[in-house]
Design a protein around this ligand. Structure first.
Ligand code: GTP
Ligand code: MG
Length: 216
């Protein structure tokens, strides 16, 4: 089957918002050391923007993003309501993290490709989530090396060895330039279980409107 195409704000959605037949809510959490670019990745994904002077997150930020996917074969449009918890990487907020990853479907663990110590912190979060998953939870864990625009390959071998050992899907991104961000979210969209989709409220609204207009 051909892979579904994704329409986000950058493409046709701003000109024409499709009506989805099905929709699903998807809770995502971002974890990682401070200043690795978690908030910048969310801003790139949700608003296609980048702020070079982004302020460090306090506690956590919550972002909602509607994301439409069209199946090229059936033309069926599906809506994914991303509910994104962007946590604060500063040490003093670390104990709050379980509040945000509890009930999440996907955890994006971010490190900075130019700062090898941030990969250690990523390993810590992966270990914590794997322990949580052993208690009958099922968070999909993804590892992201961000700031690829700055990386000069100096840490590559050490990163690759660690990534192979961790055995989690790995993505390289630049929130600044936007590279790799679509691939990351497309991977998330592609791995959504069909069973979580329900009939879209947009279709239900249309059904009701057409019933009203044909009535009496
Ligand atoms: N060059 C470059 N800079 C980036 C990139 N992503 C983020 N930055 C910069 O890195 C700094 C930290 O980014 P944030 O997005 O605030 O990092 P964070 O992980 O959310 O940090 P906390 O909220 O403290 O946990 C900011 O100055 C960003 O502009 C990137 O891909 N490339
Ligand atoms: Mg932040």
């Amino acid at each position: 089957m051909a892979r579904p195409s994704v329409q986000n704000k950058r493409s046709s959605q701003s000109l024409f918002t499709p009506i989805a037949s099905k929709e699903a809510d998807l809770k995502i959490v971002l974890l990682g050391e401070s200043a690795v670019g978690k908030s910048s990745l969310v801003t790139r994904f949700a608003s296609n923007a980048f702020d070079a002077d982004k302020e460090s997150t306090i506690g956590a930020a919550f972002i909602v993003k509607k994301y439409y996917v069209t199946d090229p074969e059936t033309s069926e449009v599906k809506l994914i309501n991303f509910q994104i918890w962007d946590t604060a990487g500063q040490e003093r907020y670390q104990s709050l993290a379980p509040m945000y990853y509890r009930n999440a479907s996907v955890a994006i663990i971010v490190f900075d490709l130019t700062d090898i110590s941030s990969l250690k912190k990523a390993e810590f979060w992966i270990a914590e989530l794997e322990a949580y998953n052993r208690e009958e939870h099922k968070i999909q864990i993804l590892l992201v090396g961000n700031k690829s625009d700055l990386s000069k390959n100096e840490n590559d071998n050490q990163i690759l060895e660690t990534v192979e050992r961790l055995e989690v899907p790995y993505f390289k991104t630049s929130a600044k330039e936007g590279t790799g961000v679509d691939e990351l979210f497309k991977h998330i969209v592609d791995s959504i279980d069909e069973s979580i989709f329900v009939k879209s409220r947009e279709t239900l609204d249309l059904d009701q409107k057409s019933k009203k207009s044909s009535c009496c």
